[in-house]
Write a protein that binds this ligand. Structure first.
Ligand code: CP
Length: 361
């Protein structure tokens, strides 16, 4: 781990880098170490993780395959440190670790850890690193995961940190499962290249959209359409990143019109937990951005409807039975891609791929 560039920088110097420079600091001799930003993932790695997730998914279908997977990481332990509510991310990381035979512990409520007694986040995470080999963390504090990655990288137990959602900022592993879902959905339609991806809802505060919008810049000719009320439109910082990457995108309010050209519709919930004044979001008319059964007649026959979940009223449950609604499969894909990510971090990716090929012969 001596080569990890982040170890050569003071916190002040690291903190002041731009996102692309920070992402480059997380790579140790060609292999990513911490997973903090969507900007750490290029096309090659996305393809690799997708293939690995599929190999794991196939192996897990049989008892022998499952035994082989459980033998991959029984010597490593993971801490799931979730200081913000979660169902899918927490459970899918837990399940992913189980698939790879990795014992797991959890802290989900800081009022039952020594943080309640005033212990700092730095000391809390260093304590976890004393007992575990991987820390998966969700926090409502923007920038905390990268701060902890810097702290651990400069300690004697520099275990990797995976960002499982940080503030309104980034949710890179959600974006990975979204891309894996798109890879699978468009497998027989020429892949993700050239597709129109429409994001709908609270794009200003939705960290999943921010991370996925970036990952999609790795694909050729993808057009992104951001459909939201003006108050909840995608941030200027994301627009600047897309501009810098030469990505074609547009902002819109016309749900029905935009829907006609979409190959994937990515619905999101109103993130009112971030309201600065209680009830602020309720003053915005969001009903016109809901996916209703009548929209199924407008949607392309081979398009897909996605949602990171949890959902409220954004998608009528009647839509669930339409084959284009892939959000339940998308959720399950989270387990496979997170298992692939962990396997890749600990270097057992080649073994898994070889096992899967061997069994398929
Ligand atoms: N999509 C997602 O992050 O869900 P959870 O908040 O339930 O983990």
């Amino acid at each position: 781990m001596d080569d990890l560039p982040v170890t050569k920088l003071s916190w002040a110097a690291f903190e002041n880098l731009d996102l692309i420079e920070k992402a480059a600091c997380m790579c140790d001799g060609g292999r990513e170490y911490h997973v903090l930003y969507a900007q750490q993932f290029g096309r090659e790695r996305l393809d690799h993780l997708g293939r690995l997730a599929t190999a794991i998914r196939r192996l897990a279908k049989t008892k022998d395959g499952m035994y082989a997977l459980r033998n991959m990481l029984p010597h490593k332990r993971a801490m799931l440190y979730f200081a913000q509510p979660s169902s899918r991310t927490f459970l899918s990381f837990d399940a992913a670790c189980q698939i790879l035979g990795m014992p797991v512990a959890e802290v989900r409520d800081t009022s039952v850890s020594s943080e309640f007694k005033g212990e700092s986040k730095e000391d809390t995470v260093r304590t976890f690193s004393s007992y575990f080999d991987l820390i998966v963390m969700r926090t409502q504090l923007e920038g905390l995961a990268e701060r902890m990655a810097w702290v651990l990288s400069n300690s004697e137990r520099p275990v990797p940190i995976v960002n499982a959602g940080s503030g309104k900022d980034q949710h890179p592993t959600q974006a990975l499962l979204d891309v894996y879902t798109l890879q699978r959905s468009f497998e027989d339609q020429g892949g993700i290249d050239g597709k129109v991806i429409m994001f709908v809802g609270d794009l200003a505060r939705g960290r999943t959209v921010r991370s996925l919008a970036w990952l999609l810049t790795n694909y050729d000719g993808v057009r992104q359409v951001f459909v939201a009320p003006p108050e909840l439109q995608i941030g200027a910082d994301v627009q600047a990143l897309l501009d810098a990457r030469g990505v074609e995108f547009r902002l819109a309010e016309d749900f029905d019109v935009s829907l006609r050209e979409a190959d994937a519709v990515y619905m999101t919930r109103i993130q009112d937990e971030w309201d600065s004044v209680t009830g602020e979001s309720r003053r915005i008319n969001t009903g016109r951005f809901h996916f209703q059964p009548r929209h199924l007649d407008i949607l392309k026959s081979r398009a897909v409807i996605m949602h990171p979940f949890p959902r409220r009223q954004e998608i009528d449950p009647v839509v669930d039975s339409d084959p284009r609604a892939v959000y339940w499969r998308q959720m399950r894909n989270g387990m496979w891609i997170r298992a692939a990510l962990i396997a890749d971090l600990f270097g057992c990716d080649a073994q898994i791929t070889s096992d899967e090929q061997h069994r398929g012969e």
